[in-house]
Design a protein around this ligand. Sequence first.
Ligand code: NI
Length: 391
Amino acid sequence: MDLLDQALFAQIVEIRRELHRHPELSWKETRTASRICEFLDDLGIAHRKDVAGTGVLAEIPAANEGPAIALRADIDALPIHEETGLPFASQVDGVMHACGHDGHASMLLGAAALLAREPQLPAPVRLIFQPAEEVGRGAPAMIEAGGLDGVGMIFGGHLDRHFPTGTVIVTDGPVNAASDQFSIEIRGSGGHAARPHETIDAVVVGSLLVMAIQTIVSREVNPAHPSVISVGRFDAGTAGNVIAGHARLQGTIRTQDPEVREHLHRSLRRIVESVGQLHGAEVTIDLVEGVPVLVNSGEMATLARQVAAQIVGENNVRMLDTANMGGEDFSWYLEQVPGCYVRFGARGDQMEGYPSHSSRFDFDEAALAVGASYYCAIAKEAGRVVAAKAD
Ligand code: NI
């Protein structure tokens, strides 16, 4: 596949590897942002640093001043100790680009280089280099900082090891789940393990809660609507012969339908209150809403599919065949402006099967050329659509 000229491909591979060597956690992407700005400077693209903390906004002008097409890359890494053994492995202890956001930044810079070569764009292009996707807060912060001002449509994507390199996955409807978190405090009263009648055992109350919570999805939700509640953490107790007076549960809720989301929140509160009453314990819940469900509209998915077909051929444009319950904060942008979020196949022929967020995760760098070409093409095609509408 010769989507990019060799010089540009080599350049974006180089910057990908450099970002990979120096990963930075959410809200700490200062070195990453500086490197992105240097690259943009070399291209002569105007940009603004320190947006929403560590974000970068760049603008490639067009002849008209109409609505812009935004392209977004997330740039943060994860608190994982890298074990790939790659020559460009992380040099930062305990921090790793294990989700491919180094690749996202690099492919968007590749697109910037291609767009900067265009004599005339149908609409201005806004490049959003967004911090803190992994904590689900970067997108709303960039919106708050004006990232979407004057934007008519927005496009983004994720590298995906589930699909071979050279494919683009474009799905209508929900493509990422809403993701909420909860923390439950159980206050009973502790005492001697041999005299339970003198106590209210927080471990027993917590255990009952964990099991009761499992019935919400299995017994209350239409099985046709995917949803998950997982308790990932259960803290309690200090010794085997001491009944714990206090326990804490922490968990996550994933849904793809706003009504199901509401329902799960209500049921969780109801069960928490009831189980507390059942055992005379004081049980409280703190529920924090995270990213909303990410939904591609049919119209925008059709546009993205047409453009992707120009790049990789119709046979290599695919759909997700099962629901993805992962969260993605691009959903905040799509609540404001139309757009589409795709996935770029990134599994090379010889690659072993380490998924994203694994300490051995890597992706096929040939996918960077697909992403860069797609972003350039969608900016032009969508630009023609918004320019025609604005006329
Ligand atoms: Ni990611």
